[in-house]
Design a protein around this ligand. Structure first.
Ligand code: RUQ
Ligand code: CUA
Length: 651
């Protein structure tokens, strides 16, 4: 490594200044810059590993949770450049999502929980669609912890195509994990509550409050979740947490961690000495339960009519799940967080937040115990509980507060350790062997690795998703960014090579995919494609066919957009009319996007090349309202405008 700097210096010196881009911006050589900026050799190596020359593309893409932003952040690796925010659960004007266009139906109608419009989400865990346990680059699923919802993003155009609302549970966490061929997208409740959202006082917690794991059937050809083929499995009122689906030998099962097997629910208005606060009440037991669900069997039982209905949604009752070996519990230490299946599907790694170990369970042992009915006990709801020792591969001493584990291509596991602020590397086939700890800044939550959740991880990169950034960046007020740190894992020792502030919160999980696996379209073709039907819309308008049709007080405007004209450029309506704009972009060239806004009407659309957009509004304010293109598209972009004239009533 030491030899590299002299080589870099030599390379700089042998190039005549006029032939290098770097030197054209100034006269200093590398050694001078290093000295002036106080850069070490390590710094320069890190820069060389992450610097992306203009026009070069990143090797990986991260799809990171945007947390309360309700969106997804797309980041290039190794440059750690933000490429896009994908709007999911909240309105986003640039993408024309939630400002009058077709996306409103997804955001406001599909996304409404029990009729209540919700315009934010708490995005936790984006998961890419898988084929045979490998990311296939087609779809992305995300959960909204705050409102019990799951969204489907199509990576062909990076657009949110569907939001499904959970009719059974109020909050989720273990989602949106996929089974190894994306048959199901799994969403697991977090905080127990009466199923379906009915009212019951807290003293009925043990008897009537419940959790549930929802299995959303994914119809890949349609690119949508099929609600009619989906179901849930009722769970005891423990706080189910993160989850992962089995692979290969363990395919057909999901593994959901839990905490609060104490079934604490806070003081409920009583003296804290009598009923403890939630956080202490839920931290009494040395072990909680890993929930092992046989979803193939659950699906059969639901098909056989064994489910009860909650708001018309089939839920397999807890008694049946327990009796039919659909649900089995396994003690896991203590208040666990992450539950991660190894790439070979042979083991499940659990991180106990209040424990110092990563605990590794052996799938073959678990399966044998379940098959034989070899149970150690039952929980208060009659669910069989397996023996901890009998199910164990081993326990790895990790440090304080292990959370999540990801994997590389050489049999290593990388566990995020919240309290210690470290990433710990260890060997999941040699549990108890040596570890390497890398300090990160600071208090890491989730962690992601290149192709890390697949059957064949790539190694190379791990990203620490740190919750705190105290002293890392300039002070931007008391709300600090989070800090993603890119870690080079290709060498014998882990090394941080880039810091990236995330000024939007609060990210949780992310997945990292080889960039060339995502096949996105350059534009919509043929002209007039409706992104929500993937077909030319019957109302798409071709050049020369633009027109305005009135039918009573419904006005249909068939409009086109092309550099640098909106046709028609004049729309006359009456106050109180309902106006529908059918706008077609006639462009078929890369990056030739137009926008469409109407002043004072809270309308903005994104007209990517070839796209059909439809905007309906009530002309409830009389006056003269310019409409115009909001995307700088050409030298005559400012001229790309027209007038909406709304004639007042009685004139
Ligand atoms: S959870 S770190 Cu959803 Cu781990 Cu946030
Ligand atoms: Cu079209 Cu600006």
């Amino acid at each position: 490594m030491r030899a590299l700097i002299p080589m870099l210096l030599a390379a700089c010196q042998t190039n005549p200044p006029e032939q290098t881009d770097a030197s054209s911006g100034g006269t200093a050589d590398l050694a001078t810059i290093m000295q002036e900026r106080g850069l070490t050799e390590q710094d320069v190596l890190a820069a060389a590993k992450t610097y992306m020359p203009s026009g070069k593309h990143d090797e990986y893409l991260i799809f990171a949770s945007g947390g309360h932003g309700g969106n997804i952040v797309v980041i290039g690796v190794p440059s750690m450049r933000i490429l896009k925010y994908i709007a999911v659960f909240g309105p986003e004007p640039w993408q024309g999502y939630g400002y009058g266009g077709l996306g409103d139906k997804v955001l406001y109608e599909e996304g409404a929980q029990a009729g209540k419009e919700i315009t934010w989400g708490d995005v936790h865990h984006p998961n890419l669609s898988e084929t045979n346990g490998d990311y296939d680059g087609q779809f992305l699923f995300v959960n909204d912890k705050a409102n019990g919802r799951v969204a489907v993003v199509d990576l062909a155009d990076y657009t949110t195509k569907q939001i499904v609302t959970n009719p059974v549970v109020m909050s989720d966490h273990g989602g949106a994990f996929v089974t190894m061929n994306t048959d199901y997208v799994v969403e697991t409740s977090q905080y127990a509550a009466p199923l379906g959202g009915e009212y019951l006082p807290l003293d009925q917690y043990n008897e009537k409050y419940r959790g549930a794991a929802t299995f959303w059937k994914f119809d890949r050809a349609a690119g949508r979740i099929d609600k009619s083929q989906s179901f849930a499995v009722e769970l005891p009122p423990y706080a189910q947490d993160l989850a992962d689906a089995g692979k290969f030998d363990s395919d057909g099962y999901v593994f959901i961690g839990s905490w609060n097997t104490e079934r604490a629910y806070g003081t409920a208005g009583e003296d804290p000495k009598k009923r403890p606060f939630m956080e202490s009440g839920a931290s009494q037991n040395d072990t909680d339960y890993l929930h092992i669900i046989n979803w193939k069997k659950a699906a059969e039982l639901v098909k056989a009519g064994k489910a009860k209905q909650v708001h018309g949604f089939p839920v397999l009752p807890l008694e049946i799940a327990a009796a039919e070996k659909v649900l089995t519990l396994l003690p896991e230490p203590k208040s666990p967080h992450g539950s991660d299946v190894t790439p070979d599907g042979k083991a499940i790694v659990v991180g106990g937040k209040l424990d110092t170990h990563a605990t590794v369970f052996e799938w073959s042992k678990i399966q044998h115990e379940i098959d034989e009915g070899d149970y150690a006990s039952k929980d208060p709801y009659g669910v069989p509980v397996l023996d901890f020792q009998k199910s164990l591969r081993g326990q790895q001493e990790i440090g304080l507060g292990p959370l999540h584990t990801v994997f590389d291509d050489k049999g290593h596991a990388y566990t995020s350790v919240f309290l210690d602020s470290t990433v710990v590397k260890w060997d999941y086939n040699n549990v108890g062997g040596p570890t390497e700890a890398l300090p990160v800044q600071y208090n890491i939550g989730h962690i992601t690795a290149a192709e890390g959740d697949t059957a064949s991880p790539d190694g190379k990169y791990v990203v620490a998703m740190n919750k705190m950034s105290q002293d890392r960046f300039q002070n931007v007020g008391p709300l600090l960014p989070q800090n993603f740190q890119l870690i080079d894992i290709s060498g014998p020792k882990m090394q941080i090579i880039a810091d990236m502030p995330i000024g939007l919160g609060e990210p949780h999980y992310a997945q990292m995919i080889k960039a060339d696996k995502v096949k996105s379209i350059p534009f919509y073709t043929p002209i007039g494609t409706n992104p929500y039907t993937n077909a030319v819309d019957p109302n798409a308008t071709m050049a020369g066919k633009e027109r305005i049709e009135r039918n009573g007080n419904q006005v249909n405007v068939y409009m086109t957009a092309i550099r640098s004209h909106l046709t028609p450029d004049y729309i006359q309506v009456n106050e109180g009319d309902t106006v529908t704009l059918h706008i077609t972009s006639l462009e078929q060239a890369l990056d030739q996007t137009h926008g469409f806004a109407i002043d004072m009407y809270n309308i903005n659309a994104s007209l990517e090349p070839g796209r059909y957009e439809e905007i309906t509004f009530k002309a409830d304010r009389a006056g003269v309202f310019p409409y115009y293109c909001t995307e700088f598209c050409s030298a005559l972009h400012l001229e790309m405008m027209g007038y909406l004239l709304v004639k007042p009533r009685g004139v």
